[in-house]
Structure formats: structure tokens, C-alpha cells
Design a protein around this ligand. Structure first.
Ligand SMILES: [Zn+2]
Length: 501
């Protein structure tokens, strides 16, 4: 049902098979109104959206038995895959809906939804713990009942994970749904988190769920901001639905890859989609209201689609870390979320052991990328038989053992363990200086400060502790390595480049 083709960090490119076709993930899933949709589903299909989501509760209220006869694909005029929300959003907005979970489940089955969602009770954001816990339990009960009602089915029923900012509830929720047998999980209602730019809370919520369900596909409800897409994908979300393209358009908000702007404030249109290449900002503003809303909505969809495609390409290139960190500069709160990546062990499993392209290393956060952690782990197992450690600065040429500086140092001192070093990767023994990414990285050449690189200090300290060196020699004076040695409590001798060791 779900097959992973490529991965980087916890992000992956996959194929999700539904009764109405195969959906490539990560996928943005546009919300379609079952009654008053203004951007046609044919247009969405033509743009390349293979999956849309619509509301089964509104469909039930508006069409009733007619929807059972015609099926949801005919009702919304879309022959691709259709996901149906059950009314959870209405619960969030109005407190409750007048339908039982079992009836809703039967209805979603009857209208032949490909990816139906049980009637859940979203926790939203800011709900106090006890109340959130009750909502989680209600959702779990409804979900269990739903599975009993629908029995054997081709549809992919969604396990709605609730709990929001209460990580232990999120974990509990995911664990229970996983054991009930749900094959696709959806993370509850981050809309309010995103409106408050609480990206770090969102990241923690996703991480809590992924810890329990690392392999199964995960959908993120209501994530329709181009800024959050790279973050969510890197953390392991495979799909995200949103009505933002339309809601923002109604509000006169024009999406760009790094922000949303008010159309009123734009003099230029920084986009080349069909709408923007045929209208000036002035012309777009001058359109009659309904027409203008549809035009902005189409543009917004274009931006969202392009964002997902950029993220996918970054996964293929092995540059998702670089992409997320670059994106994080669009908003300080996004940077706050990206910084959490430093401590997330879950980013390692999906990161390839070898990448065709070099990793780019810029600033302290990059010492925590999975490739760097992995390399330091390898070095921490390294056993040297030598009694003297010689540390040489890195050159632009890789691997270190192929450089002149290494050969000369070796000639002068054949009995030493010769290593180079890199602030991001730690100690690099010449013998394993060709292991990825020691020979496959490009660093910004500038002054580094050892107190910004605690992983480096640790790497030096444990390398010395794990071996039996009687002396540590530093070739050419360098404030970074001298500072690191001081912090690691290691006494060193410093010699010049051509000095006799
Ligand atoms: Zn555009």
C-alpha cells in the first residue's frame, strides 16, 4: 500500500496506492468543498494533484442518499483519489456534530471514499491536559468502533492522532491506533499552531508521533503554508491537506515561497504562474471580487505545488537538510523549530550512508546533521596503535590522505597517528578520511570558535581517551584547535608547518 522510494532525514518520496490510483508522496492535498467549490476539480487534476480531500459531513447533510448512489468521486467531479474528513473540523469549530461515529463510518464507506477518516474530536491547541486526554480517548473509541462497522475494505482508513502539544498524549494516541491496525495516521489540527507561528511546538508534536510510528505514512491536517512544508516533510510527514489556498485568497493574501503577502501591498508579482505571467499586480487588484479570489487561489496552489516539488527534489539530491535550514531563515520562529533538529535521533535512519553530492557546512547547527553524527560515531570506534597524535589543518583537497600536507607530515613522522580535523565532523584519521562525508563536504572558510562546536571538543576528547597517545602535536597554530584542546583538557605541543616534529 505504501512504498518508500527515496529518503533523506525523516522525509521520503513514496507511493501510496488507493482504490483510485497511485499517489506520489509527499503530497499536498487540496481541500475541496462538496457543494460550493469555485476552483474546479478538473483544474486541480490538470495541475497534477492526484489526491484531494473533501468533507463527508457536509456531503451527508447536503446530498444524503444521493451521495450514496453517485459516490463521492461523481459528487465532486474528480476521478483521482479522494480522502474524506468526517466532521472533525466542524467539531473543532462548533463543538459537536449531530451524527454518530458508526453512521459516519458507514456513510464514508457507502460513498466509496479512498481514504476516509473516522469521526474524531480534535484537540486543537491550548486545551488543558485533562480535557485533551478526554478528547483523545473519545477519538480512540470512535476509531475502534469505525473499524468494527466497516469490516473488510479496500479503502485506507486513517487513524486520527490527537493530543496536540501534550506529547505523551500524542504518543499514547499513535500507539493505540497503530495497534488497532490503521495503515495511515493523521496528525490532528495544527492549524491554530501555525496561525500562531508555533512551529517549534508543531515540530515536537510531529516528532512525538513519529517516534511511535516511524514507518507508516503520516498525514498532517491543515498544513497549508509554504513555510511549514519543508519542516513537516523533513520530520516525516507524507501528506498535508489545507484550504489555505482559498482562505488566503478570500483574505487577499498572496503566497510566496517564503511568506504570505497582502495583494494590496504588492507592486510586482514575484511569480511566473499562468495567472501572474498574464496579469500585472495592478490588473490582479482590479479584477472583480469573485474572479480575483479564484485567480489568487490558483496562484496560491501553484506556490504550494512548487514548494512540494522543491522539497522532493531536495530529497533526491540529498540536500533536504540544506533546504530546511535555508527555508528556516524566512521566519525566526521557523529557525526555532529547525534548531530542534540538532537533538532528533529520528533523522538518522532515513539519511543515506553515502550521497552523490557533497554536504554543505555553514554554521554551528550543521555539526548536528545526521551525516556528521554518523562520522563522529565511526571515529569514536577507531583504535590507533600509535603513541603520538599529530593534528593537521584540513585543506580544500579531499580525502586528506591524498594531500601533500599529509604526505609531508608522514615522511617527517612515520610513527605518528596523523589526523586532520573539521569543526563540523570532528577528528578525521587519515586512514578513514575518504569515508562519507569526510571527503565530500564544502565548508565556509572563516574563523571558527571552539565553544560553538561542543561536538568537536567531545570528538577530540574521546579520541584521545580511547587511544594511548603519549603526546599530541598540533601542526600550525590555529585558535580553533588550540581552544578545543584546552576545553577538552588536553595538553598539546604546537609546531610550524615545516618544523621538525
Ligand atoms: Zn503566480
Amino acid at each position: 500500500m505504501f512504498e518508500i522510494r527515496h529518503s533523506d532525514l525523516a522525509g521520503r518520496i513514496g507511493k501510496l496506492e488507493t482504490p483510485h490510483g497511485v499517489v506520489e508522496t509527499p503530497a499536498f492535498v487540496p481541500v475541496v468543498h462538496p457543494v460550493k467549490q469555485t476552483v474546479s476539480t478538473q483544474f486541480l487534476k490538470k495541475m497534477g494533484f492526484e489526491l484531494v480531500i473533501t468533507n463527508a459531513y457536509i456531503t451527508l447533510r447536503h446530498y444524503g442518499d444521493e451521495a450514496r448512489k453517485r459516490g463521492i468521486h461523481d459528487i465532486i467531479g474528480f476521478d483521482g483519489s479522494v480522502m474524506t474528513d468526517s466532521g472533525g473540523y466542524q467539531v473543532l469549530e462548533y463543538g459537536s456534530v449531530d451524527v454518530e461515529p458508526a453512521d459516519m463510518a458507514q456513510f464514508e464507506k457507502d460513498i466509496r471514499s479512498d481514504i476516509p477518516i473516522p469521526l474524531d474530536k480534535p484537540t486543537g491547541y491550548g486545551l488543558e491536559y485533562e480535557m485533551a486526554k478526554q478528547y483523545v480517548e473519545t477519538t480512540l473509541k470512535n476509531s475502534k468502533e469505525t473499524l468494527q462497522v466497516v469490516g473488510e475494505t479496500d479503502a485506507i482508513w486513517v487513524g486520527p492522532v490527537q493530543g496536540a502539544e501534550h506529547s505523551d498524549l500524542v504518543e499514547h494516541s499513535a500507539k493505540e491506533l497503530d495497534s488497532m491496525g490503521f495503515q495511515l495516521m493523521a496528525l490532528g489540527s495544527p492549524v491554530e499552531l501555525m496561525e500562531a507561528y508555533e512551529f517549534a511546538t508543531l515540530a515536537r508534536m510531529i516528532a512525538a508521533a513519529k517516534k511511535v510510528i516511524p514507518a507508516k505514512p503520516v498525514h498532517l491536517f491543515g498544513a497549508g503554508h509554504p513555510l511549514t512544508i519543508p519542516l513537516a516533510v523533513a520530520l516525516g510527514c507524507d501528506m498535508f491537506d489545507s484550504a489555505s489556498y482559498m482562505l488566503y485568497a478570500k483574505d487577499g493574501r498572496y503566497m510566496t515561497p517564503n511568506a504570505t503577502m497582502r495583494l494590496d501591498e504588492l507592486t510586482y508579482l514575484p511569480c511566473q504562474c499562468d495567472i501572474c505571467s498574464t496579469h500585472s499586480a495592478q490588473e490582479l487588484k482590479g479584477l472583480e471580487m469573485d474572479e480575483r479570489i479564484i485567480a489568487i487561489a490558483k496562484h496560491n496552489l501553484h506556490v504550494l505545488k512548487a514548494e512540494v516539488d522543491s522539497v522532493k527534489q531536495s530529497i533526491l539530491d540529498g540536500r533536504l537538510w540544506e533546504y530546511v535550514m535555508q527555508k528556516a531563515r524566512a521566519h525566526p520562529k521557523l529557525m526555532e523549530a529547525a534548531r530542534l533538529f540538532a537533538d532528533l535521533e529520528m533523522l538518522e535512519a532515513g539519511t543515506p550512508a553515502f550521497k552523490e553530492k557533497a554536504v554543505y557546512l555553514y554554521e554551528p547547527i550543521d555539526q548536528h546533521r545526521p551525516e556528521a553524527k554518523r562520522y563522529r560515531k565511526i571515529v569514536s570506534q577507531y583504535k590507533s596503535q600509535k603513541r603520538r597524535l599529530v593534528l593537521c589543518p584540513e585543506t580544500d583537497l579531499h580525502p586528506f590522505y591524498s594531500t601533500r600536507s599529509f604526505r609531508e607530515t608522514l615522511k617527517r613522522n612515520p610513527d605518528a597517528q596523523i589526523c586532520s580535523y573539521n569543526p563540523f565532523l570532528g577528528i578525521i584519521p587519515a586512514e578513514i578520511s575518504d569515508i562519507f562525508p569526510a571527503a565530500h563536504n564544502i565548508v565556509t572558510r572563516s574563523a571558527y570558535f571552539s565553544n560553538d562546536y561542543p561536538t568537536f571538543v567531545q570528538s577530540l576528547k574521546s579520541f584521545v581517551a580511547n587511544n594511548n597517545f603519549e603526546e599530541v602535536v598540533i601542526v600550525t597554530s590555529d585558535a580553533f584547535i588550540e581552544g578545543a584542546a584546552r576545553e577538552a583538557g588536553i595538553s598539546v605541543r604546537i609546531v610550524g608547518q615545516h618544523e621538525q616534529l
